[in-house]
Design a protein around this ligand. Structure first.
Ligand code: G16
Length: 472
């Protein structure tokens, strides 16, 4: 019943996600920490703005305190990367974050951030799963005393660190005008407040915490960003000479997408490409690059141009994190909008990436849309879209295994040049376009991702992909 997916455990509130199960998972994590000999380092606990997240966090904190750990519970809701940063800052054994991130409002979840301040790797979640198995049938007492849990504010230290990374003065001088959309999630009060501190003009939309997320899923996709798109466009018309940008973060602030002054959606592939160019050309940082299996070919082109080693991983930031722990990784990013950079934590961070985008615009003296157009001029256009189909887990697995066993020779009037199985099934075509079929690890969805040279090509591939899936 309790499964760790792409990042942590997620389940429907009051169905599987109950106080009793939260106590059980917290106890399994605590047992893992004790067995790892890290009890003395203590644990940090945080939560997002979802329904009962604060109460679930208090419960998890109480379980850890009862088992003799020093527990630091966040005073207020916070983005997941801020919780991860607190793990590093306090040299804690780990962090429990109550969040279901981008999932619909009826979900909640637990992400476990390990002592290195990033998502728990598979070997750790496997150990936690073993502990859970041992606890099977146990009921952890409710009404635990909450008095021996220390409340802390993790914001100051996190923001202080951002000031070491970001050149706020250059953003201020650039006449940046920002529209920020935290999607009613826990990054509200972060990006906006930080910018205001430096007197950078920012308008916030959807900033009031709402466990129903205004009726959408807090995933920064164009269909969920209507208000951000129209506000940014309006501001762009009013201030044609300024660097106007819209920035959206997901429900727990670890994913990003953006909008330019014309209302054009800047998807995570483009955000990743702009950041990579910025880190190399403007900040003069160096290192290797990691992309997940569903990221644009544009990253390959950029790495080739700058002579950077490129790694490719399955989907899930934990794979990028693993490489960040082992090697000198400059930047790692994924299609869902999770991106992390060096000199920080091995973790995706929407707040930091939003600030880096503003810095990129300031240093290039160009809007984000302008930077993306320059990239397209240099490397050709890359168009992208994704289609999520509601399909049960077993049916999804059956479809994927059929596609693996007998992939088509031709697809959408193109020859299939290569079939790749790093995560799901990917067909690659001679013109570099590709389509990927994969089961989500966070929701009961089959995702179809496609990249092509223009929007019509992508639309045709996605339509054909859906037909192929329905026919199996
Ligand atoms: C989670 C994971 C990400 C992953 C995303 C989508 O994001 O942490 O690494 O890219 O889900 O995964 P899937 O396609 O398996 O649903 P978040 O922001 O929800 O934690």
């Amino acid at each position: 019943m309790i499964k760790f997916g792409t990042d942590g455990w997620r389940a429907r509130i009051a169905d599987d996600f109950t106080f009793s199960n939260v106590r059980l998972v917290a106890k399994a994590i605590v047992n893992y920490i004790i067995n790892a000999g890290q009890k003395e380092k203590g644990l940090v606990v945080g939560y997002d703005n979802r329904f009962l997240s604060k109460e679930y966090a208090e419960e998890a904190a109480a379980v850890a305190a009862l088992n003799g750990l020093d527990v630091y519970l966040s005073e207020e809701s916070l983005p997941s990367p801020v919780l991860s940063f607190a793990v590093k800052n306090k040299s804690a054994a780990g962090g429990i974050m109550i969040t279901a991130s981008h999932n619909p409002p009826e979900y909640n979840g637990i992400k476990f951030k390990a002592e290195y301040a990033g998502s728990a790797l598979k070997e750790i979640t496997n150990k936690i799963k073993k502990e859970l198995k041992l606890l099977e049938g146990t009921e952890i007492t409710k009404d635990l005393p909450k008095t021996n849990v220390k409340k802390e504010n993790f914001k100051k230290a996190y923001v202080g660190n951002l000031k070491n990374i970001i050149d706020f003065e250059s953003i201020k001088r650039s006449n940046a005008k920002v529209v920020f959309d935290p999607m009613h999630g826990s990054s509200s009060g972060y990006l906006g407040e930080i910018l205001k501190e430096f007197k950078i003009e920012v308008t916030e939309v959807n900033s009031v915490p709402d466990p129903l997320f205004g009726g959408i899923s807090p995933e920064p996709l164009p269909k969920n960003l209507e208000e951000l798109i129209s506000e940014t466009k309006e501001l762009g018309l009013k201030s044609p000479d300024d660097l106007v940008i819209g920035i959206a973060l997901d429900g727990d602030g670890d994913r990003i997408s953006a909008v330019d002054s014309s209302g054009m959606f800047i998807n995570p592939h483009n955000v990743f490409s702009v950041l990579l160019k910025h880190l190399i050309e403007n900040k003069k940082w160096s290192g290797e690059v990691v992309k997940t299996f569903n990221i644009t070919r544009l990253i390959d082109k950029l790495c080739n141009k700058y002579d950077l080693k490129l790694h490719e991983t399955p989907i899930g930031f934990k794979y990028i994190c693993e490489l960040m722990l082992q090697r000198d990784i400059l930047i790692g990013g994924e299609e869902s909008g999770g991106m992390g950079v060096k000199n920080h934590i091995p973790e995706r961070d929407g707040v930091l990436c939003g600030l880096l985008l503003l810095e990129a615009q300031a240093m290039a003296k160009k809007s984000i849309g302008g930077i993306v157009k320059d990239l397209y001029r240099e490397f050709g256009e890359y168009s992208y879209d994704r289609n999520d189909i509601h399909i049960g887990k077993d049916r999804g697995a059956e479809i994927l295994s059929k596609l693996k066993e007998s992939p088509p020779k031709d697809f959408c009037k193109k020859k299939v040049k290569d079939v790749r199985n790093l995560d799901g099934v990917k067909f690659v075509f001679a013109d570099e376009s590709w389509i990927l079929f994969r089961a989500s690890g966070t929701e009961p969805l089959l995702r179809i991702y496609a990249e092509g040279k223009n929007a019509d090509d992508v639309e045709a591939m996605l339509a054909e992909g859906e037909k192929l899936v329905q026919g199996i």
